[in-house]
Design a binder for this molecule. Structure first.
Ligand SMILES: Nc1ncnc2c1ncn2[C@@H]1O[C@H](COP(=O)(O)OP(=O)(O)OP(=O)(O)O)[C@@H](O)[C@H]1O
Ligand SMILES: [Mg+2]
Length: 367
């Protein structure tokens, strides 16, 4: 069994379904292979089934249907202490009555390690998260970020082959979150451990992961490396969930190879890349990233279809300018331009001609 990277699957979900009440499926036919050493992120809106998948993998919930395998063996046949899985949860309470050192020693004592072995492993794990000086503190005597680092050290202290993290940074402020993202990423690289990570935060998912599985409504909508996901979303949900997208509704007039023509609702006709439209007459949402829209003639891509637009609002954002335009009847069409030395600001009321590369203009399902 190999995943898209050609690695043998270390974790495999096969036709997994889950229902808590015996009626509604909160996970619907999940198929996912995770390679050894991979950093895989599950990203999706609230209630889409991410935690449920993690819980089934950890063995805290059982699948209603299908099979989950770890290193080739069905998870149910491996006793919990032999699964070699470390876990970090959002706000995961460390044992409050224990010191940091005792918290970290706990999973090792459960595994009946010798005292000297425990001591050296605890020290190593604390050094790994730069918390060596905190072994004697109790959780209440530390900041949120420090506690989260200890939770991370505790999940790693017994050298698990697989670490599951459910929104581990959700409770931290932005600066600390970014610092911890960096730290987790480096630990992953250094230890070569397989990580399954859950987050709501798309920039976290894009910056940390080898691959991202976008969940919605109990299904994986797209599974791809970050760049693919952002540059080449395969459906409207992913296009709108990851980053920002302008959408123009219309219907397909003709398709030939990697071009289709789409008639927009105001009657204008544009060229697009047919992504998941199949025949003339199909309803579609054409999607274009704001940063791929150009209004300056000297920068206009050669292969472009120009459209007239009216400037409705100019928003200064420091490093970039956002201009809200009326395009083909859409009053919320955003163009994002870098605040470059030679950039021109637009004013409300101005008429401009905009364009983009046809390849950046994706004809997706009319969800
Ligand atoms: N123990 C449970 N009993 C019944 N229903 C549950 C249980 N746990 C979760 N659910 C339901 O299953 C669905 C998926 O929940 P899950 O916790 O997996 O979502 P999630 O993607 O992790 O969401 P969030 O981002 O909000 O954490 C939700 O509709 C939720 O209400
Ligand atoms: Mg959750």
């Amino acid at each position: 069994m190999a995943n898209e990277r050609g690695d043998a699957a270390f974790v495999a979900f096969e036709h997994v379904q889950k229902s808590y009440d015996g009626e509604t499926l909160v996970v619907k036919d999940l198929n996912l292979n995770i390679g050894k050493g991979e950093f895989l992120t599950m990203l999706g809106p609230s209630g889409s089934g991410k935690t449920t998948c993690l819980m089934m993998l950890a063995g805290f919930e059982t699948a209603t249907h299908g099979e989950i395998r770890l290193a080739g063996r069905p998870i149910n046949s491996v006793p919990p202490h032999k699964r070699g899985i470390g876990m970090v949860f959002q706000n995961y309470a460390l044992f409050p009555h224990m010191t940091v050192g005792e918290n970290l020693a706990f999973p090792l004592e459960v595994r009946k390690m010798s005292k000297s072995e425990i001591e050296s492993k605890v020290k190593r794990a604390l050094d790994m998260v730069q918390m060596g000086a905190f072994a004697g503190r109790r959780p209440a005597q530390m900041s949120g970020g420090q506690q989260q680092r200890i939770a991370l050290a505790r999940a790693l202290v017994f050298e698990p082959e697989l670490v599951l993290m459910d929104e581990p940074l959700g409770a931290l402020d932005k600066q600390l979150r970014e610092h911890m993202q960096f730290e987790i990423k480096h630990l992953h690289e250094r230890l070569g451990v397989t990580v399954v990570y859950v987050t709501h935060d798309q920039s976290e998912a894009l910056t940390m992961s080898d691959r991202v599985a976008v969940f919605n409504d109990g299904r994986i909508q797209q599974l791809a490396p970050p760049e693919d996901l952002y540059e080449r979303p395969t459906n409207s949900f992913v296009a709108q969930f990851i980053g920002e997208n302008n959408t123009l509704p219309g219907s397909v007039e003709a398709i030939s190879g990697d071009r289709c023509t789409v008639k927009l609702t105001d009657g204008s006709v544009i060229d697009a890349l047919p992504v998941n439209v199949s025949k003339p007459g199909d309803r579609t949402l054409v999607s274009i990233r704001p940063e791929r829209v150009e209004f300056r003639d000297d920068r206009m891509p050669a292969d472009t279809h120009k459209l007239e637009a009216e400037v409705l609002e100019f928003i200064y954002m420091g490093d970039s300018f956002r201009t809200r335009l009326r395009v083909a009847g859409n009053d919320n069409f955003i163009m994002k331009c870098r605040n470059a030395v030679d950039q021109r600001r637009l004013n409300a009321g101005e008429k401009v001609v905009i364009g983009w590369n046809v390849a950046d203009c994706r004809a997706l399902d009319a969800a």
